[in-house]
Design a protein around this ligand. Structure first.
Ligand code: CMC
Length: 436
């Protein structure tokens, strides 16, 4: 059945014992079809079982498409390579939020609206003093992003389309400011206010690396690299953090609280924490001669060690973002005058060895976007603890676009997965004196 016209084309039949049931099959514009099992429980009394949602479409979406077998990533139909080469991050934000690339007037208006929302409420800065100086910046971000809902009451009514849009713009505008404040706090430097004459990425570099006592001129090559990193990470359909945002939002929670939930989920090393983990791993390997030892460990089923920055739930081919990231990495290293980087040397050799190893070939494990982003960000001057924060800044637009799409979907209801219960059956309370 076509999802939009409602005309029945195909059904799937489920048989259990001598009973069978039919379920409608919906086709998307591209990609795998889905079997609509929303009536499964009502009709059969059974649930489906799919830990990690490897075969479950949790929603209908028009935002991002990934073909993991072919290594394709499209935002609203546009290939990531074209957006990263020819577009900029705020244009990408507009595209993700509104569905189409902006014309010149729309772009100008959007950039202005984002730019004039970059300052955070002055009282927000006091929150930072409550954190230890050595707090992980993602811990600070998770707390401070959630706290935004305590300041912007005029954009938390999710039933008002205008308030939803204001909240979306605020999130995109204020995340870099909070991220830069988290960084400045960790190094004991004064917070830098946003500068409205700078573009989004140059302004972010300014807030991170400028000091009030000196003139700061953003480096255009580094600003362009930052912008490209933001574009590459802007959205990735229903990944763990995005699904977290959708699930949190499905209960009617306000967008700031939902994005804070997204930050918490992104922090994990299997998700947004992977670039930090990849860089630590490359540093631990240290020199190319130690690579075989680590490859051996990654292949050992008894050893929990994995090559960080390798493998992906969806990409079973080269991650298209990784190719762009590798090029950007070389550009940045050249710009900052690093002609010989031992980490890059280890990374390139490890990639070469892994891509020729039967284990990685057979399991279709390729470098993902995080493999080269850590080296690039380090060369730009960011400490490893900031890597996931930068990912969160970039992914905010994806989270908010997906949240908005969910709220505006008339079929939306609270997310409530079911379970296969394997615990104890009913038993009576045992008084303490009778327990063994
Ligand atoms: N190194 C060694 N073996 C691996 C790796 C790796 N990086 N990734 C997967 N495998 C093996 C795994 O041991 C398993 O082997 P077997 O079938 O013998 O048990 C097989 O490949 C399939 O792995 P899986 O864990 O079932 O696959 P998944 O789709 O659940 O996991 C992943 C995807 C990204 C969590 C995983 O590949 C991984 O842990 N990679 C390292 C962390 C990383 O780089 N994450 C960043 C993801 S991209 C950024 C983002 O979108 O957040």
């Amino acid at each position: 059945m076509d999802a939009k016209t409602g005309s029945n084309i195909k059904t799937a039949t489920l048989s259990v014992g001598d009973q069978s049931w039919s379920f409608p099959v919906y086709e998307g514009t591209v990609g795998p079809s889905v079997i609509d099992i929303s009536k499964l429980y009502g009709q059969t009394g059974m649930f489906t079982y799919d830990p990690g949602f490897t075969s479950t479409a949790s929603c209908e979406s028009k935002i991002t498409y990934i073909d993991g077998e072919e290594g394709v990533l499209l935002y609203r139909g546009y290939p990531i390579e074209q957006l990263a080469e020819r577009g900029d991050f705020l244009e990408t934000c507009y595209l993700l939020l509104y569905g189409d690339l902006p014309n010149a007037a729309q772009k100008q208006d959007f950039v202005k609206r984002v730019t004039y929302h970059t300052m955070v409420h002055e009282q927000m800065s006091r929150f930072f003093q409550g954190f230890r100086r050595d707090a992980h910046p993602m811990a600070i971000m998770t707390g401070c992003v959630g706290a935004l809902s305590a300041f912007y009451h005029d954009s938390t009514d999710i039933s008002d389309p205008h308030q939803r849009m204001v909240a979306s713009i605020r999130m995109i505008a204020k995340m870099p400011t909070l991220a830069a404040m988290a960084y400045k706090y960790s190094v004991g430097q004064p917070f830098m206010y946003p500068k409205n004459n700078l573009d989004y990425s140059s302004n972010f570099l300014q807030m991170c690396f400028a000091v009030p006592c000196e003139e700061y001129k953003p480096n255009p090559v580094l600003a362009r690299a930052m912008d490209r990193i933001f574009i590459l990470h802007a959205d990735h359909e229903q990944n763990a953090s995005t699904s977290t945002v959708r699930l949190a939002g499905s209960s009617g929670a306000n967008p700031f609280a939902c994005i804070a939930a997204g930050c918490a989920s992104l922090w994990g090393p299997a998700h947004g924490g992977a670039n930090e983990a990849a860089l630590k791993m490359l540093a631990e390997i240290g020199t190319p001669d130690r690579i075989p030892e680590f490859i051996k460990r990654a292949k050992d089923p008894k050893d929990p060690f994995r090559l960080m920055g390798f493998g992906h739930r969806v990409y079973k081919n080269y991650d298209p973002r990784a190719k762009i990231m590798q090029r950007t990495c070389h550009e940045v290293l050249q710009e900052v005058g690093i002609t010989h980087d031992p980490l890059l040397e280890v990374a390139m050799e490890l990639e070469r060895v892994a891509l020729n190893d039967e284990y990685f070939i057979e399991k279709k494990l390729y470098p993902n976007v995080d493999y080269y982003s850590g080296i690039t960000l380090k060369a730009m001057g960011f400490p490893t603890s900031m890597f996931t924060v930068l990912f969160a800044v970039a992914r905010t637009v994806g989270w908010i676009a997906q949240w908005k799409e969910m709220i505006e979907d008339p079929s939306q209801k609270i997310g409530r997965p079911r379970q296969l219960y394997t615990g104890a059956t009913r038993r009576d309370y045992v008084p303490m004196e009778s327990r063994k």
